[in-house]
Design a binder for this molecule. Structure first.
Ligand SMILES: NC(=O)c1ccc[n+]([C@@H]2O[C@H](COP(=O)([O-])OP(=O)(O)OC[C@H]3O[C@@H](n4cnc5c(N)ncnc54)[C@H](OP(=O)(O)O)[C@@H]3O)[C@@H](O)[C@H]2O)c1
Length: 300
């Protein structure tokens, strides 16, 4: 199959591309930094130079390909509209990368939420995440317009990626702060929990969804969960540092920015991947983020 992937130089898009190439697919990959085009080419991905704001380019790429995987951004609505424009009426697959901060709360690390969402559970969406939720719904609705649209709602992804960009977005900033200051810090008491999943299992699910997912399907992508206190303690053991210390939301915001401080490190996002296992036969194999941190996480 010929597949167009946005974010082909990124962590998720690059790892998915590596997997799909190994499965025998041909990949064209959107990349905005000209300097990365040769590196993609060397990996067997045909680079398409451009930006998510280039609607005409995205529509044309969607029209010429057999399937689209959007892995550059969970939040860029105009690019989603442009890609759907090119796919309308074709019956081709469109896999969108969403993220489970869409049901994240805002508790400053001090509350363990009892809310655990499965795909059929009505979502509770914070106002700050309404725009992301609306994009997911727009994509699911495209099933009525002849698009085999699929939303993969990823949780905290960990593990070393297999594309050009090997690092994810949540654990590395925690580690970087700890290395800089000699102490691991979490937001509040760190009792808040996030579901998580290994990048290799994520890439496998993208392949399964491409092959089998029906139009208009939404899947959470998780295989376990941990509190930020547990993750912080694992980082401290990995780095040989002492007890994890607490930061207020304000202190954390100064280090990591408001998005990370409040809607990742300070929040709960607890989901269960029921549908991917049941409908697609997904069998993730990596089950513990804390074991990965302690035994496998590379440190500079
Ligand atoms: N990693 C996770 O745990 C996780 C979980 C759930 C959801 N998500 C979401 O999934 C998306 C991808 O995440 P990721 O971890 O793969 O991030 P990443 O490693 O930063 O990859 C994103 C890629 O998309 C490219 N990109 C971003 N904006 C673009 C634009 N306007 N035009 C063209 N290319 C653009 C980036 O290019 P540059 O290299 O030039 O910046 C980068 O190569 C993000 O929206 C993220 O919030 C991530």
């Amino acid at each position: 199959m010929n597949i167009f992937i946005t974010g082909a130089a990124g962590y998720i898009g690059g790892s998915v591309a590596t997997r799909l190439l190994a499965e025998g697919h041909s990949i064209r990959g959107l990349v905005r930094k000209p300097g990365l085009a040769d590196a993609l080419q060397a990996r067997g991905i045909t680079p398409v130079l451009g930006d998510l704001d280039n609607a005409a380019l995205l529509t044309a790429e969607a029209q010429r390909t057999d399937a689209v995987i959007n892995a550059a951004s969970s939040d860029h609505r105009a690019s989603v509209e442009a890609l759907l424009q090119g796919l309308r009426g074709s019956g081709k697959a469109f896999i969108h990368t969403s993220g489970s901060s869409v049901i994240g709360d805002d508790v400053g690390g001090d509350v363990l939420s009892p809310n655990i969402f499965e795909e059929d559970t009505p979502l509770i969406v914070e106002p700050k995440k309404e725009a992301r939720h609306a994009i997911d719904n727009l994509i699911l609705a495209a099933a009525n317009d002849g698009v085999r649209s699929i939303v993969l709602c990823n949780t905290m992804i960990y593990g070393t990626g297999t594309g050009l960009h090997a690092q994810s977005v949540q654990i590395p900033p925690l580690v970087a702060q700890a290395q800089k200051n000699g102490v691991v810090r979490v937001v509040g008491r760190g009792v808040n929990r996030w579901s998580n999943v290994h990048i290799d299992d994520v890439a496998a699910l993208y392949g399964l969804a491409l092959a089998k997912a029906p139009a208009g399907s939404f899947y959470f992508v998780e295989n376990g969960e941990a509190s930020y206190g547990e993750i912080g303690a694992a980082i401290a053991r990995r780095l040989g540092l002492g007890a994890v210390q607490s930061w207020s939301v304000e202190e954390a915001t100064r280090e990591w920015g408001v998005g990370h401080a409040r809607y990742s490190f300070g929040s709960n996002s607890r989901v269960r991947s029921v549908r991917a296992r049941r409908e697609l036969g997904w069998e993730p194999v990596h089950a513990s983020v804390t074991e990965w941190i302690e035994r496998e996480m590379p440190i500079a």
